[in-house]
Design a binder for this molecule. Structure first.
Ligand code: FMN
Length: 186
């Protein structure tokens, strides 16, 4: 059965991770996406691309940030995983505290209450105590905090290699196959 995966894009740095994850997942899953109001700003700043225009070329169903009539707004619609990539500290805080103010944070709330797999690819440096406490809350509730920081043990040659490291590990956490990066020593 085709897996249903939801992506949330925020205005944290790391638009390249979201772009790559959409490219790799869209051919193999039923992919849904909701982005924050700030995400297009950072997407353009970092990649020189218009997010809405780029998304129109991808095989992905885009949901409006305030569209609470979207099926995503209800826990009665099942999904296999929710990835917020990149995840700002603001959005992480809202999810940690059950603030379903937007569709993006509402899906986070649903993932927690319905015990769905949720991965927050958190991006900030350094972390404040507030950030760390919020991450602990998420982790204790079953969410996965994935720092947007690549490893360097797979002999990366390009920025794309570093991006693929993060994206490949996220895909593995979703229990989906990936061929971007070989497992260590395999
Ligand atoms: C170029 C740029 C980079 C940013 N990088 C980060 C970041 O890495 N982490 C973060 O928490 N906020 C970052 N911000 C600030 C967020 O965009 C801001 O806190 C925003 O309110 C997040 O809202 P959202 O989570 O709804 O997208 C950045 C903003 C800009 C313009």
């Amino acid at each position: 059965m085709v897996r249903k995966i939801i992506l949330g894009l925020t205005g944290a740095s790391g638009a390249c991770y979201a772009k790559r994850l959409v490219e790799v997942l869209s051919p193999q899953v039923d992919l849904h996406l909701v982005h924050s109001r700030t995400a297009p700003l950072v997407f353009h700043e970092e990649l020189g691309l218009n997010l809405s225009g780029w998304l129109k070329e991808q095989k992905v169903t885009v949901h409006g940030i305030s569209d609470f009539l979207s099926p995503l707004a209800s826990g009665s619609n099942r999904f296999d995983g929710y990835v917020v990539i990149p995840c700002s500290m603001k959005t992480l805080s809202q999810i940690a505290h059950g603030v379903g103010e937007t569709l993006l944070t509402r899906v986070g709330d649903i993932a927690l209450k319905e015990r769905r797999k949720m991965i927050l690819v958190a991006r900030e440096a350094p972390y404040s105590t507030v950030h760390l406490e919020n991450m602990l809350r998420i982790s204790q509730m079953g969410g996965i905090i994935f720092p947007a920081s690549p490893g360097f043990y797979h002999d990366p040659q390009t920025i794309e290699d570093l991006v693929d490291f993060v994206v490949s590990r996220v895909i593995q956490l979703l229990d989906l196959p990936q061929e971007l990066v070989k497992p260590w020593k395999s």
